[in-house]
Write a protein that binds this ligand. Sequence first.
Ligand SMILES: [Zn+2]
Length: 75
Amino acid sequence: MKCMKCGKASYKSTTTEAFEMEFGLLVIRNIPCYKCDECDEIFYTGDVVQKIEKITDMVKSFMQEVTIIDYEKSA
Ligand SMILES: [Zn+2]
């Protein structure tokens, strides 16, 4: 997988990302991603993006001011 920003090689990693939602802050931990060795740019594959969308959709029903979800443990 090549970096979308600089074209250098990237490696598999995991990251934590915070999403500003309508009802509060959603933090997703352990998101599988690719990280660029050169510029630290992080990007996700298509199926990961889809799953993130599913998670953000799912948490709407029990959203608190701050909600922390583990990517690995979510359906
Ligand atoms: Zn890069």
